[in-house]
Design a protein around this ligand. Structure first.
Ligand SMILES: Nc1ncnc2c1ncn2[C@@H]1O[C@H](COP(=O)(O)O)[C@@H](OP(=O)(O)O)[C@H]1O
Length: 250
């Protein structure tokens, strides 16, 4: 299996595990305990499989670094076993995801995102086609639990519609699949929240970057990423022109 195939296979496997755990969970399990237990199980699966298939590579996640020590600019897998933990624990929701990415030289070089409740895995091995242009008002995906205040002004400036969703992976893959046209985030996230979906979005020919136009750089000593824009390339300039100055982005 090459790195692209491995990313897709592991995202698929962890996704199946999460679906199984959600189906098996009894009503006595509160949503927080279900999310935590599922996140832990999917994390163990990913770390175990990566140790088996790529023992020379470190693995970065919210649980820390597993495997060998990181080398600056070296290969590192950046995984989020369950992105959208809150949504996972709400029956019937499909906006949660598994992220598996490989970074090298601070760029994502292979990645896969599983959307297990939809039975889909998107990856860089067979990159999704760039979505065809959308007629009508632009649709901007935002966090359903903590949408940045300024996004409403951006939407008004573009006459766009806001689409609240959970999970960074679900929002970015919604852009890849042409279900929305952009995803804007501010207020911070960690590298594992966006690494894999950004890798898939890049492979599909979409724009990905910081709100100030800078590149997204992964495998940094501090995994905090302050903000993020993923969109159809033709919307980039209009969206960035509608953003408030950095100090006003709350
Ligand atoms: N301000 C913030 N600080 C830290 N993490 C954030 C954040 N905003 C969003 N995230 C993380 O990004 C993911 C998507 O969030 P949202 O649904 O709000 O867009 C979630 O990951 P997890 O579900 O893995 O915890 C969430 O915890």
């Amino acid at each position: 299996m090459n790195d692209h195939e491995l990313a897709a296979r592991l995202a698929q496997l962890a996704g199946e595990r999460l679906v199984e755990l959600r189906e098996r969970a009894g009503p006595e399990l509160d949503p927080k305990s279900l999310g935590d237990a599922a996140d832990q199980a999917a994390h163990e699966l990913l770390v175990g499989e990566l140790a088996r298939h790529r023992p020379q590579d470190p693995v970065l996640s919210e649980h820390g670094v597993a495997g060998p020590a990181r080398e600056p600019g070296g290969r590192v897998w950046i995984v989020d076993p369950l992105d959208g933990t809150r949504e996972y624990s709400e029956a019937g929701r499909t906006d949660w995801a598994v992220h598996v990415a490989l970074a090298q030289e601070h760029r994502i070089v292979a990645a896969a995102v599983a959307l297990p409740a939809r039975g889909e895995v998107l990856g860089t091995g067979e990159p999704p086609a760039r979505p065809s242009p959308h007629a009508g008002a632009a649709r901007i995906a935002v966090s359903r639990s903590r949408p940045p205040e300024f996004v409403a002004d951006v939407a008004a400036a573009l006459d766009a519609q806001l689409v609240p969703m959970g999970s960074a992976g679900a929002k970015i893959t919604a852009v890849v699949l042409g279900e929305v046209d952009a995803y804007l985030h501010a207020g911070g996230q960690y590298e594992w929240d966006s690494a894999a979906p950004v890798g898939v979005a890049n492979a599909a020919g979409l724009h990905t970057g910081r709100l100030d136009g800078g590149e997204l750089s992964y495998d940094q000593p501090d995994p905090w990423l302050p903000d993020l824009l993923v969109c159809r390339p033709e919307l980039t300039d209009r969206l960035r022109a509608a953003l408030p100055a950095e100090g006003g982005r709350r």
